[in-house]
Design a protein around this ligand. Structure first.
Ligand SMILES: [Zn+2]
Length: 143
C-alpha cells in the first residue's frame, strides 16, 4: 500500500487526515478500522510527510475537506496524478492507447472515447520541460 492509497482509503472511510503542528489528526477517529489503524501506525512518518505536502496549497479550504472527505480524496488524487505525470509515470487509470497528433506517437491515456487526441499530456510535459512518459516508470513499458 502506498501512502497516497492509504490517504484515499482513509477518505473512502469518511476520515479526513491532516497534520496540525507535529500531530497527526484523523477525524472522526471513531471511523478508523483496525486495518486502517495498523496501516497508519506502520506508515506514520511518510503519511505525515505527504499530508504536510498536500497542505502546502493554502488556497484550499481545509475545514471544507473535514466536512467532505470525498472532496479531499478527489483533491489528493488530482495532486497524485499531476505529480506522477510530471515525473513521467503513467497513472493507473491510463488504460487506453491513443494516437497523439502533436507528437505523432501512440501514448497511454485515460479513456477519451476517441482513437486520437490533438495533444497528449506527454507532449505538454515536453513543452514545460517536465519528464517524458516512462522516464521514471515501469508501467510505461507496456505501451
Ligand atoms: Zn503527444
Amino acid at each position: 500500500m502506498t501512502v497516497m492509497s492509504l490517504i484515499m482509503g482513509l477518505a473512502d472511510q469518511g476520515i479526513f487526515p491532516y497534520v496540525n503542528g507535529k500531530k497527526l489528526v484523523l477525524t472522526p477517529a471513531a471511523k478508523l478500522t483496525d486495518e486502517l489503524r495498523l496501516q497508519v501506525r506502520n506508515n506514520k512518518p511518510a503519511l505525515m510527510a505527504n499530508l504536510i505536502e498536500l497542505q502546502r496549497f493554502p488556497e484550499w479550504n481545509w475545514s471544507a475537506f473535514e466536512a467532505n472527505p470525498g472532496r479531499f480524496r478527489a483533491f489528493a488524487e488530482l495532486v497524485m496524478i499531476s505529480e506522477m505525470r510530471a515525473a513521467g509515470q503513467v497513472p493507473d487509470h491510463y488504460t487506453e492507447i491513443v494516437h497523439c497528433e502533436s507528437c505523432n506517437q501512440d501514448v497511454p491515456h485515460f479513456p477519451v472515447n476517441a482513437d486520437s487526441v490533438l495533444a497528449c499530456v506527454w507532449c505538454l510535459n515536453g513543452q514545460t520541460q517536465l519528464s517524458m512518459r516512462g522516464a521514471n516508470s515501469n508501467l510505461a513499458k507496456r505501451a
